[in-house]
Every structure is written in C-alpha cells, then in structure tokens.
Design a protein. Structure first.
Length: 424
C-alpha cells in the first residue's frame, strides 16, 4: 500500500508538469499490474499477452483503457522481428470493399469458357477444393503462370510443399514457375502451419503482402490450418484474410482438401459462403480406374457452366474434356476413350459406305452421261442425213419445175402452173 501511494503521488507530480510517462509492469493474479495502478492513475493501459496453445506461442495486444478517446477493444496479434514491432488490426475489417468488373484469365482456356468466356473477376476470391490428388495445385499453378505472363506479381503461400518441390512438380505438366521467380514476379513463401499460431500466420501473410504488393495471392492449402484450432478460430482467421484481400483488390485463390465422404455444400475450413467462385474437383471411378472431374459449384456475378468436365493432367498442362453420357452411364478415362474409338470406327464405316454410294452414283451418272452422249451423236448423224435428203429433194423439185417451164416455152404453150413441191 505504501508503494502504491508513492507511485500515485509520483504520477500526479509528473502530470502537473506535462510529462508523458510510460510504465511497464507484470500482471498480478487479480489485476493488470502487480501494483494495481491502472484503475487510478493511468490514462492508457495496454495489455500484452504471450499465449501458448497446443504448443504454439503467439503474442497478443489489447488496449484495455484509453481516457478521452474511443479505441478498439479486440485482441490484435503482433510480431517482434527484424523490422521491430508489427501490429495488424485485421479484426476491424468490414464489408465496405469495392468490386471490379475486370476479368482475368484462369490460365486454362476451356475453364475461362466455362466462366462466361473471360475467367475470374479481379479482386474476387476463388476456392478450388477436392480430394487428394485431383489437381488443385495444378489449377493454382496455371493461374499463377497466367498472372505472371500478364506482368503481375504473385505470392504463392505453400503450407505443404517447399518452393523447389512445387516448381519441380509443376514442370511435369509443362508449367515453368522458376523463370517467373527469377524475374521477381513470383514469390514463394513456404512454412509449416504448426510453426506458429493462426494469428501469427495471418500477420506474416499480411506483412508479406504489404511488402511485395502482389495482384494475385495463392494459399495452398487452407485446410492445413484446420488442425491448429477449432472451426470457429480457423474460419475467423480465413475470413479476415479474404476481407483483407478484397479490400486491397487482390485476387485470392485458395485450395482446400476434402474427404470422399464430405458433402459438397461446405468445406473443412467453413469459408464456402465467403467465396465468389467455387470449383470442385472429384474422382470418378469406372472400368476399374479412377479419373478426375471438374465442376463449377458457383461463380457470383457471372453466367457459368453447370456441366461436369473430365479433368486431365498432361505434359502440356490441364485439359478439360466432355464426359461421355450414354445408356451405360457416365464414362471417363479409358472407358471414354474406348467408347470414342468405337464411335469413331462406326463413323469410319458409315463414311466408307457413304463414299461407296457416292462412287457408285458417280459411275452411274458417268454411264448415263456417256449413253446420252452416244444417243446425241447418233441423233446428230441422223439429223444431218435427213437434212441432206431434204436438201436433195428440194433441189430435184426446183430442177423439175425448171424443166417443165422450159418445155412449155419450146411448145409455145400457155404458161403452165408451177407444180407443188414434192410432186408433179
């Protein structure tokens, strides 16, 4: 009690002389400080907390008291690193984001076509979810490659693979991410989710975004954080990340791992309602093999395809093919190829039969035209012969008439009537 009274007199004396005083202290069992001075003499009280949860340590800051001014009452994560102390009050984000009508390519031509022919909206949020091995990272790599080709900056947050592993894996499908990293357009940031708490990861991501100023942010996968806390904490963290990207007009693409038994109306991190475009990758099992498929579950603000496409990973990137739907059901993979081969064989036979019919028709036409030509030639010969006979008969008729007239003159007879043509 004596120490508390002495400190109160000291604070009063400093205030009377306009001296700003900063005092640090340890927290007591029932008070914010061991001396319990904050309720009496302090104008501003800031509480720092070093919290350990599930073997993960994180620092938090909270403004408990600030006389004469409104202040945030939430807890904010903060970092102490080579840049000093960094505080990210991301919990104060709201629904006041501006939107853009500009469209950006997905990097996959047919996927752009499925999304109204132009791709994603700039500044929107995209979720690519699917079971393991369906190609979620491949779609993310295509988007990163397309953005770098446009001269845009991309941050690729990887929580399961190292940058070199990601670059190697994507090169197997014809995507060269290494050249964009060398040109400074692509920045990899790889870390294990278990290396820090949710708030620290969020703070580090926002700090990297502020420093690099990208137009595209990729997080692969978000479900790695599901083991670091309950669903409420994970969803809160991801909500703040999505809101921050939208406010900054940064296009965000996230991948999410789902199980085969999980329904498709929600995700493991519970952010499907925050997402503007949701792409689902699944496996189709047929003919004793598993094949990939893609469908767009939703895409806000644009018309989009509701058709399921077969999703192929080739040495030149992702290809989307139409699924075969017939009497036997949906076919994909080798079953689709077999059915397409059968249909192609049937088409070849039908084409050959049509060609035979065309050749036969041409032969008949040629025969008919040749016969017509012979008949025309025969008719021409007969016509010439008939015309010659008619001409000879006409000449003979005129000669006979001339002879009769000459004879009449010799006999000094009356002028005889001229005979008609064709007779005397």
């Amino acid at each position: 009690m004596i120490l508390r009274e002495e400190l109160r007199r000291l604070f009063r004396w400093l205030k009377e002389r306009g001296v700003t005083t900063i005092i640090t202290g340890e927290r007591g069992k029932e008070t914010l400080t061991r001396q319990g001075l904050e309720e009496y003499v302090s104008d501003c009280v800031i509480l720092l907390d070093n919290r350990v949860e599930d073997q993960l340590c994180s620092r938090r800051l909270r403004v408990v008291k600030l006389r004469g001014s409104t202040h945030g009452t939430n807890e904010y994560p903060f970092l102490i690193d080579e840049d000093g102390i960094s505080i990210f009050p991301v919990t104060s984000l709201g629904l006041n984001q501006l939107v853009s009508n500009e469209r950006v390519s997905t990097g996959i031509g047919r996927l752009d076509t499925m999304l109204g022919g132009a791709g994603y909206y700039r500044g929107s949020s995209i979720l690519v979810s699917g079971v393991a091995g369906t190609g979620k990272s491949s779609i993310a790599a295509h988007f990163a490659d397309a953005a770098c080709r446009r001269g845009e900056r991309v941050i690729f947050f990887s929580f399961e693979e190292s940058p070199s592993q990601t670059i190697r894996n994507m090169s197997s499908i014809g995507i060269d991410l290494a050249k964009w990293e060398k040109k400074g357009l692509l920045l990899f940031h790889a870390s294990r989710p278990s290396s820090a708490g949710l708030e620290i990861h969020l703070s580090r991501m926002i700090k990297e975004i502020h420093r690099f100023r990208p137009q595209v942010v990729i997080a692969d996968p978000l479900t790695s954080f599901s083991s670091m806390g309950d669903l409420v904490d994970v969803k809160s963290t991801m909500t703040r990340l999505v809101d921050f990207l939208k406010i900054s007009q940064i296009t965000g693409l996230f991948t999410s791992l789902i199980s085969d038994l999980r329904p498709t109306d929600h995700t493991d991190v519970g952010i499907s309602s925050l997402i503007d475009t949701w792409i689902l990758l699944t496996d189709i099992e047929s003919a004793s093999e598993r094949n990939r498929s893609l469908v767009i579950l939703k895409s806000r603000g644009m018309s989009h395809s509701n058709q399921v496409r077969e999703f192929l990973l080739t040495d030149h990137g992702v290809e989307l093919r139409d699924l075969y739907v017939g009497p036997g059901g949906v076919l994909a993979g080798s079953a689709r190829l077999t059915q397409e081969a059968q249909e192609k064989a049937v088409l070849v036979v039908a084409t050959q039969e049509a060609e035979l019919r065309r050749v036969e028709l041409e032969r008949k036409r040629s025969t008919m035209e040749a016969h017509i030509a012979v008949l025309k030639a025969e008719f021409a010969v007969q016509e010439i012969a008939a015309q010659r006979l008619l001409a000879q008969e006409k000449i003979a008729t005129h000669q006979l008439a001339s002879d009769v007239a000459a004879m009449a003159l010799m006999r000094k007879a009356d002028k005889p009537a001229m005979p008609k043509e064709g007779g005397i």
